[in-house]
Design a protein around this ligand. Structure first.
Ligand code: PMT
Length: 221
């Protein structure tokens, strides 16, 4: 257990993957388990913070001493993040949020018709929560951290994403075996808006979480 350097701080963490419903039984989703976000919540609580964990569709047990807010869709996640961020010292967006949602929701189960080609699914863009809280800055001095799971040109894409989103730190993790989605472990480079680069070697998701809080605590002063 490290220093209780987040005592008196309120931090908000988003975790898991949003689900965008098509009909009562189907959704568009992703492979996030919530493990990285839950590790962030647990480690922040151990460092003394009051933690609000906005958890999208994770089946993990609630971490002790953490205020867990379950959500389903990106719209629901946005609502709860904005609410909790209003009095937060730091916000860490580890959730995998759907960029698009189906335009229509079918109240009854969509049926397949044997004599017809499948209907294309029309999509609408979801609001970018990280960009919204970063450019809006509801609270002066608030530290905002994003995550990016990339498959190609990892660092170049990460740098571009950091700029585009306007957050203070961006944790860039490469999608692969034994890291990112679903794994117990991760490996990342934390990019700072100040040009800093902090590599975190392959290891438990808690280790990456501790490095994130070290960098956040340093910026909170
Ligand atoms: O849950 P695990 O199984 O442990 O896996 C962890 C993880 C791989 C999900 C996590 O480490 C991670 O990388 N999360 C971000 C996934 C991602 O690809 O994000 P993105 O590149 O789509 O989005 C970048 C950032 O913007 C993220 O902080 C995301 O929360 C945020 N975002 C994205 C879209 C959107 N509409 N609103 C957002 O706020």
């Amino acid at each position: 257990v490290g220093e209780p350097d987040l005592t008196g701080r309120h931090v908000v963490v988003s975790a898991g993957g949003t689900r965008e419903p098509l009909d009562p039984v189907r959704f568009l989703g992703n492979r996030s388990s919530g493990k990285q976000g839950y590790a962030l919540a647990r480690t922040a609580a151990a460092r003394g913070a009051r933690v609000t964990l906005i958890a999208a569709n994770s089946t993990l047990p609630d971490p002790a001493g953490v205020d867990v807010v379950p959500v389903g869709t990106a719209a629901h996640l946005r609502e709860e993040v904005l609410r909790a961020a209003a009095d937060a010292d730091a916000v860490v967006m580890a959730a995998a949020v759907a960029d698009f949602r189906p335009v229509t929701y079918a109240a009854g189960k969509i049926k397949k018709k044997d004599d017809q080609e499948p209907e294309p699914i029309a999509l609408a863009r979801n609001p970018d929560i990280l960009a919204e809280i970063s450019t809006g800055r509801i609270r002066p001095g608030q530290v905002i951290v994003g995550f990016a799971a990339e498959t190609d040109d990892v660092l170049a894409n990460g740098r571009a994403k950091l700029k585009r989103k306007g957050c203070d730190l961006l944790v860039v993790n490469e999608v692969g075996e034994r890291k990112t989605f679903g794994s117990e472990e991760n490996e990342a480079v934390v990019l700072g808006a100040d040009g800093s680069e902090t590599p975190v070697p392959h290891g438990p998701k808690e280790a990456l979480a501790e490095t994130v809080w070290d960098l956040v605590a340093g910026r909170l002063g």
